[in-house]
Write a new protein. Structure first.
Length: 156
């Protein structure tokens, strides 16, 4: 069954972080630390996104990554395929995971169509983001409270 891979999830998280810091070149280590992502896997994902023209890479002591491509032109399905193709060869991952029969196949096609219609910009760019209450995604109450306190502190 088609699903959003862990790599695609990490790619979305890192693209969101880079979108929030668009005016800066951001080191991979900073993204990993702030977003609590494993650095080696994140570096591989960022490298692939750079090779595909989605990110711009700057070398050196003050190096890192910045958004380079138009995220409105990149669908969620394309992003998932981009980060998964590295490991799986050139065949798109969606084609490998198709259900074979009945209702599951119908659901599969609807999911593929939905992932084609949702742009990465809709998920990561500030002001366009599809926000989901943290309570709905199973985040610990402590994290929710600390986020609320930070927002209140920033508003003052």
């Amino acid at each position: 069954m088609l699903r959003l891979s862990k790599k695609a999830d990490y790619a979305l998280i890192s693209l969101g972080y880079l979108a929030e810091h668009a005016e800066h070149v951001v080191p991979a280590r900073e993204i990993a630390e702030r977003c609590q992502l494993p650095l080696p896997l994140l570096m591989n994902i960022l490298k692939v996104l750079h090779q595909r023209g989605i990110l711009r890479s700057v070398r050196g002591a003050t190096g890192g990554y910045q958004l380079a491509g138009d995220l409105t032109r990149l669908s969620l399905l394309e992003l998932n395929d981009i980060v998964e193709r590295v490991e799986n060869g050139d065949e798109p991952t969606a084609a490998r995971r198709l259900a074979l029969h009945g209702p599951a196949q119908a659901l599969q096609y609807r999911l593929i169509r939905f992932m084609q219609e949702v742009s990465v910009a809709d998920l990561v760019l500030p002001g366009r983001r599809i926000d989901v209450p943290l309570e709905r995604v199973g985040v610990l109450k402590v994290k929710i409270e600390s986020s609320r306190q930070r927002v209140l502190a920033e508003a003052k």
